[in-house]
Design a protein around this ligand. Structure first.
Ligand code: PGA
Length: 241
């Protein structure tokens, strides 16, 4: 694991976008693993700007998102499909047919199985972008006292995650209680992982992930066992290291 600390979130975004640019230029049909949340938004804005400037070409890029709420239609403003379209896909030259977000509708168990198979068929994820939850979750893989869950699965969100995500809904009761999430195995199978964390609120989870033991109680701690992972942090997120 390599840890890089930047002055602020703009510099984190610039560093992350440069990694995307170099990987896509080396392999134009790169398979990206993408994340939602507040943290990656500045990175997506940099990617949009670089695409406009002709510095990144998404025309052959394929993408698989980490997660989606169970029960939300893709056009629901709080769905992760909607987020990805609004924050990135609508503004770059990616072919939407090459973008994938797990479906939280219908038979979600079956969707979960099909998602892992589709990623495998695409040749696996080349570059996985991650955020980190206040409780150390990655994707929607919440702390679990027993084990890491390896396959894409249907997860029950913890009260702290529901609370953290309530800002995107009218009321906290509207936040779905379940989500479908790429599993820890799917994340760890990525050839390269970059985790972004910004702000003081993430400092404890970052500290535990970087300096604590590997434990399913802090899902991000497993990243220490990956051979090509970089944490890109701003000074506040790194303040307890
Ligand atoms: P955030 O979410 O970027 O909105 O803080 C990160 C996460 O929960 O993984």
């Amino acid at each position: 694991m390599q840890v890089y600390v930047y002055r602020n979130e703009e510099q984190v975004a610039q560093a992350a976008a440069m990694i995307f640019a170099s990987q896509i230029s080396a392999k134009p049909n790169l398979v990206l693993g993408l994340a939602t949340g507040t943290t990656p938004i500045p990175t997506y804005q940099r990617l949009i700007a670089m695409n406009r400037e002709g510095l990144i070409d998404f025309s052959q890029v394929r993408s698989y998102n980490l997660d989606e709420y169970v029960g939300l239609e893709p056009n629901h403003p709080a769905s992760y499909r909607y987020f990805m379209n609004a924050q990135l896909f609508d503004h770059v030259n990616i072919d939407k047919a090459n973008t994938h977000v797990p479906s939280g509708l219908g038979d979600v168990e079956k969707n979960a199985e099909a998602y892992d198979a589709a990623i495998e068929e695409a040749g696996g994820i080349d570059l996985q972008l991650l955020g980190i939850g206040h409780n150390g979750h990655i994707g929607f893989n919440e702390p679990n006292p027993r084990a890491f869950i390896y396959k894409t699965n249907v997860v029950t969100l913890t009260p702290s995650t529901i609370q953290a995500n309530a800002r995107l809904f009218e009321k906290e009761e509207d936040v779905p209680r379940q989500a479908i999430s790429l599993g820890i195995g799917g994340i760890m199978n990525a050839r390269r992982i970059i985790l972004l964390a910004t702000g003081r609120g993430k400092a404890q989870a970052v500290r535990d992930a970087v300096q604590g033991d590997i434990t399913p109680l802090l899902p991000a701690s497993i990243l220490k066992a990956h051979r090509n992972v970089q944490f890109l942090l701003d000074a506040e997120a790194a303040s307890l290291l």
